[in-house]
Design a protein around this ligand. Sequence first.
Ligand code: BGC
Length: 854
Amino acid sequence: MAKIYATTQQQVSARETRNMEKVRRIAADGMVLLENNGILPLQNRGQLLAVFGNGVRRMVKGGTGSGDVNSRTVVNVEQGLEEAGFGIGTKRWLDRYDNDCTEYGRQYMQSFQKVLQEQGFAGVNWALENPYRDPDVPEITEDDVKDADRDCAIYVLARTSGEGSDRKLAPGDYELTEREKENLLALTTLFAHTVVVLNVGGVIDTTFLRQTKGIDAVLLMSQPGCAGGQALSDVLTGKASPNGRLSATWAKSYSDYPFAERFSYLSGDLDDSWYRSGIYVGYRYFDSFGVMPAYPFGYGRSYTDFSMQVRRTEIQGERVCVSVLVQNTGAACGRQTVQVYVSQPQGKLDKPYQVLAGFAKTGTLAPGQEETVTISFALRALASYDEAAAAYVLEPGLYYVRVGAHSRNTHVAAALKLDEPVVTERLQNKLRPDCAFDVLRADPERFCSYPSEAHEKASALVLEIIPATIATKTAVYAPAPAMLTTDKTEPVTMDDVASGRASLDELVAQLTVPELASLVVGASRGGLMSYSTVGAASTACPGAAGDTTSGLIDSRGVQNLVLADGPAGLRLSKVFVADAQGNVIPGLGESSLGNLGELLGMPTPARPADAVDHYQYCTAIPIATLLAQTWDPALIEAAGDLVGEEMEEFGVTLWLAPGMNIQKNPLCGRNFEYYSEDPLLSGRCAAADTRGVQKHPGCGTTIKHFALNNQEDNRTHNNAHCTERALRELYLKGFEIAVKDAQPLALMTSYNLVNGVHAANHKELLTDVLRDEWGFAGLVMTDWGTTEAADGFKYGASSPALCVKAGNDLTMPGSQADVDAILAAVGKELSLAELQACAKRILTLALQCRKQRG
Ligand code: BGC
């Protein structure tokens, strides 16, 4: 019987109240003001506001799927505005829309139930592929506005998405619906001002918003977590300033993104994706190919203005330091983000126009107030990966350091001069594509520019890089693991290891092959499509995503590890029921899977007379993209800290977050769970999140989905083909930064194949690159159900035995078939030593948690 951590007290705890307040602050700081002609902040309070849109009452706090978090309360936009003292003059329209949604939802559930009746639990996939989306909004008529003040209307436009399917390039998703456009047009004639609030997880088409006269402000509220309505009111009223800056490029038109028409289902080929854009993703593409975006990477307006003045740029040993004086020159308070980019010299290798090298955010500056921020970065971080040499190299020439407030207003601060090539790191090519294909190469002729650029370059301060100051590192790859043996005959337990009476090696050496196999497969034995599993397979902590085995608790004292999603908070069941002895009664209480049991026609178990309700109310934090939009690692660390606190409270070991894939294309269904299109920003955010969580004893993060999980349609059987250079410089770089800066306790592999090999089976990726090159010391696990056999696909499922061979320590959520496959492979394609190595890493983590948590 597992220890129950949940409380039996139903009332709101001090921790819930405190964390909700934190979410309010963080969410406000990551909202991005895209347009404002002076209407914001709203000046008059207490008026009867006209508030419309599908995101007012049904505000999307975060996306769907495993990233959804079951918080007790969600303050929506209507409630947030009312709390701030506004009256809402458009309740009738909001009621009408609510009724439409209720009816639409009922019909959707009927269809879902039909599929479940036909297919059993496997029908859950139908819901992933056909996720519920609210219907289009009703028309706004004159009658709807008659109670509202005619000064300003607020229109909250919401979009949602989630794992398992990509977003649609269609009205209602990427595009506005005709009805939304008609409604917005109506508002611009009925009201003096119209403010549009975007309650979206990623990029949408803003053409109509930018072109329609009368739309006076556009605020990217993003998907802000459980205190979203309050945070939005704070920003709309000016109580908080919109300090967010975009973490991705918002194009004028979808077709402006590189190879836009070849993304996912648009290409007509869900089996193979070709990363033809190479290293040119996001601003790296837009800047290098002279395409002007609607809103550039790093962009965001403010209620005030700032000036920036570079005070000093210098080389200190292996690092470059840039000091910038920021002054608030406007009339309101605010924070500014200083962004430093570098343009590398063209050479044998082509380079983008510029890449982000560092950033810093000021504190809140009052009007007139100044602050000097210093941004520092390593020279070696400017190296490019040369596949021909299997090395990172700094090519000779001038490296221009640029400073600005976003990617399209950077100015040259200095030039760093390198006279000879420098190899910063010697590696081996480990990630070559499985077949040849063409990738983009930039042509400097097409680079974006601005009138003073040539002059800035010509007159830039030149600093010499001394090649000898940059040491060349050489990767050392570990030999295959050696088999562990022991002469000890007395059974070794974790107690013995913890107290120093025996070593972990001795414990591992004593484990039988069946014990080892059971350890490297998650505790669920029903497989993904058993009722207990999809994203909620834990028996130790109801609603958590899974556990490691409990099978060695009695014999060896190995406690199981509890794993729970992420990334927008801790995803657990809010309420569960246990008997008086503390045994959880499945099927009672509130499942994190909603009413799935009921839909499947499963009988509800009788409630014993001595049953006790247990509560696990967690906090829904903002989505990862909003966190990244804060550009504030300290704030993100605070978000991680909040999650870590709740993990400790509910006995969770690993948080299945943060998600940190590169936002390659805006239609990826999971972009909202990811930070940015830029690897440096992503890596810094993940490191900060990790630091916050790992401050808590026995708690760790699981950075995911490693790697190239940039498409959701057919995510399990998609072969992502990518050059080694793009992998290393772009798609893996954020993971590398997070590993080196913060040592997350775990990492989750992705469902897809990477250059022909399933990520979970990719030894070069997981052992050679992740562990040997980067020094990752934690545990690697699969994504849920990646080894489930599947017919009819060009590329099948990953193999449980090859997971072990590759160094993917844990197969989740686990099934008997996984265990059997591993047992059958030992002594054939899998050595005992390889199995022991994975088991040892799981036990190392279990030991660490035990020591820290007691
Ligand atoms: C998702 C993971 C998640 C896991 C457990 C999978 O469907 O891809 O991100 O952590 O489920 O819920």
